[in-house]
Write a protein that binds this ligand. Structure first.
Ligand code: ATP
Ligand code: MG
Length: 581
């Protein structure tokens, strides 16, 4: 490719709406252009990266016996009604209506479509196992599209679905996908960690996420991992053992104490000179349109997804003050938010495990400007019947499996795999005839990779102040050849010759034949992130060209006639590609 023909423009300025580095660099280096919120055009450089990631995915999926198909983007309402997700999926599902008034949605994921396909096509256990995948645009009307390709509304995903006759078959299919995913991300130059995760809107019995660990804000997930065993989990899922019990409150007798205007846990702790762990915190959530009270030790936070799962609910949000006050009024109190508690309120209450052992603690009693001090669970103040682990795990908590200590890091979820079991096949009556002649629902699994998010995660992981440092395997091109001055015949001739020979050897090469200042060319090469740069400039007088390795910054001279062989060696060498490929 000649730079004069390459469809791209680089920008010196960072776009105002780009908060994270991958978004900034993709826009500045001419990889993507925004159409509207969360929706982007992939320009030629980006599309090459996407195709490379896709090709790696195809090879590794095919190697595990999966077969590629392509399903429609537009999905009819009926199938979503069958699975029960038309109502449950919520606003992320982009719904629309055709000219006949038939409702449908743009596919955010394809469980319904593939289950209907399997129901029609697979009759017998002899046709199992099957694993079908596709690479396709997905649409999710995300509440906060942001961070460029990390969280778009329209994005490219690989989604695969396995069908097995029994649980053992699913286990084998699941393991194969773990192997495929490990290979895929390794080959993309990305070190990932597999963590346990919440099954979310997809459902099923177990799921794991593949996380690229980052230290930057772009890692939207907190990942907790044990310092002594292999336990690792998304914070929306991580179980933990509390590192210490409540710190003694010092209140020996139970009484109503005045707490004028003292509402928050911090204010209460300050006011009474006690630790937050001596306070029982009361929170109100609106869960599937009904209020629910959640109680938790004052030093801990509720993880909404864990609470939602504990209640088997679809939808959850924190209540506002008006809703809290309305709830207390319904039970005959007139309490400001900040003084509420479970006693006397007619509402479903869930307690976190952390409240069970509280002693002589402080809690709201639905009287404005008062709290109960020295409280204990008993007849007056009942420990909720439902106690569950609904707390956010913290670094320093103990690992539930080995008692080691949790550490925390940020991660970008690039892949997610689920054991669906019969979640869809049962509801949609997708069955096969088993060996024993019985009709049984398929045992399913599903496996996603965010392809555009993976590209963005690679940039988050590999960049410096000058631009992108692509791993060789997914770089849009391997080499850029730069004649410093296109008017210098010797430089131009040498560059052209190297360029031609590299192309003949199937090295993906760009020649920067623009009549630009050297500074501009070098800046653009660094920004776009070509892994190898060959410069034909002043050193030609010594019969040498200069080679620069983008990822390490290393620079050296080689004789002109050895330049091609050296570049080929570098492209193929593991050292400079960071990972095997
Ligand atoms: P998240 O929790 O980040 O919203 P998810 O768990 O809903 O994602 P899955 O249904 O597991 O996503 O989708 C499979 C993969 O698709 C994810 O692992 C991620 O890599 C990618 N993905 C999901 N949502 C988006 C998005 N809005 N933009 C880009 N990629 C996405
Ligand atoms: Mg996910």
């Amino acid at each position: 490719m000649r730079m004069t023909n390459l469809f791209f423009t680089t920008l010196r300025e960072t776009p105002a709406d780009a908060e994270v580095i991958s978004h900034q660099l993709m826009v500045r280096a001419g990889y993507i252009r925004k159409l509207t919120s969360g929706i982007y055009t992939y320009l030629p450089l980006m599309w090459r990266v996407i195709r490379k990631i896709s090709d790696i995915i195809r090879e590794e999926m095919d190697r595990k016996g999966a077969q590629e198909i392509l399903m429609p983007i537009l999905q009819p309402e009926e199938l979503w009604q069958e699975s029960g997700r038309w109502d449950a999926y919520g606003k992320e599902l982009m719904r629309l209506e055709d000219r006949h008034g038939r409702k449908g949605a743009l596919g955010p994921t394809h469980e319904e479509i593939i289950t209907a396909l399997a129901r029609d096509e697979i009759r017998s256990y002899r046709q199992l196992p099957v694993n079908l995948y596709q690479i396709q645009d997905k649409f999710r009307d995300e509440i906060r599209p942001r961070f460029g390709l990390l969280r778009g509304r329209e994005f490219l995903m690989k989604d695969a679905y396995s069908f097995d006759a029994d649980e053992a078959g699913l286990e084998a299919s699941y393991q194969k996908m773990i192997e495929a995913y490990t290979n895929i991300f390794n080959r993309c130059g990305l070190e990932t960690r597999m963590v346990r995760s919440d099954t979310g809107a997809i459902g099923g019995s177990a799921s794991h996420e593949f996380m690229v660990l980052t230290r930057t804000a772009s890692g939207e997930n907190d990942v907790l991992y044990c310092d002594s065993c292999s336990y690792a989990a998304n914070s929306n899922r991580a179980e933990s053992c509390l590192p210490f019990a409540q710190v003694d409150s010092g209140f020996l007798e139970v009484k109503e104490s005045d707490t004028p205007g003292v509402k928050t846990i911090e204010e209460l702790a300050d006011f009474f000179k006690i630790e937050p762990s001596a306070i029982c915190k009361t929170l109100v959530y609106i869960v599937d349109n009904k209020p629910v009270m959640a109680l938790i030790r004052g030093d801990r936070a509720v993880e909404e997804i864990k609470l939602k799962n504990a209640l088997g609910a679809n939808d959850i949000r924190i209540a506002n003050n008006a809703e809290i006050e309305e709830l207390t009024q319904k039970s005959g109190f007139d309490t400001q938010a900040g003084f509420i508690g479970p006693a006397g309120i007619n509402v479903r209450v869930v307690g976190d495990e952390s409240i069970r052992d509280l002693k002589n603690f402080v809690i709201g009693i639905n009287k404005t400007d008062k709290h109960l001090t020295g409280a204990n669970w008993g007849k007056e103040l009942r420990l909720p019947e439902k106690i569950a682990d609904i707390r956010l795990a913290f670094a320093g908590d103990f690992c539930p499996e080995c008692g080691g200590k949790f550490e925390i890091t940020r991660g970008i979820e690039v892949g997610n795999i689920f054991k669906l079991g019969i979640r869809y096949s049962e509801k949609m009556q997708a069955t096969f005839t088993d060996e024993d002649g019985q009709e049984k629902p398929f045992i399913m699994g599903c496996y996603g990779i965010g392809i555009t998010r993976t590209a963005a995660a690679a940039i988050e992981r590999y960049h410096d102040k000058d631009g992108i440092q692509w791993p060789m395997s997914i770089a849009p091109y391997h080499v850029i050849v730069i004649p410093v001055n296109v008017k210098d015949e010797m430089q131009m001739m040498t560059a052209e010759k190297i360029y031609k020979e590299l192309c003949e050897k199937n090295i993906e090469t760009v020649i920067d034949d623009r009549d630009e200042r050297p500074g501009v060319k070098f800046k653009d090469a660094d920004l776009i992130g070509f892994p190898i740069r060959i410069t034909a400039g002043k050193t030609l007088s010594e019969g040498m060209v200069e080679i620069k390795i983008r990822s390490t910054g290393e620079m050296f001279k080689v004789p002109v006639q050895e330049a091609v062989a050296k570049a080929v060696e570098l492209v193929n060498s593991n050292h400079y590609t960071r990972m095997n490929f």
